[in-house]
Design a binder for this molecule. Sequence first.
Ligand code: ZN
Length: 106
Amino acid sequence: MARHLRSEKKVRWHIDYILAEPGIKVTKVWINPVDCECATAEDVLQLPEIFLPGQRLGSSDCRCLSHFIGVDGELVSLEGVLRRRGYETLAWRRVGGDVEILDEVG
Ligand SMILES: [Zn+2]
């Protein structure tokens, strides 16, 4: 997690390319200690306010349409899905161009 949020690092994952774009800001960090990325993607992709910025982004090693989504509107439905799946938000702060996580999910 912390690796993804450092501003100066070797670009490697899809999220790294997105976070390196000017104007992209981290507003909220969600984490789940359970490996449920595909199940979450399946739930989230059912939401009407979701759109796909690209096919198979972050899901080249599974059968999901994408693990990256866009939200057209408020995040209320998305947050409901994440909470039902057991995700929790992390406290964080900006330190220079980096995002520092202040707590961890037990
Ligand atoms: Zn998947």
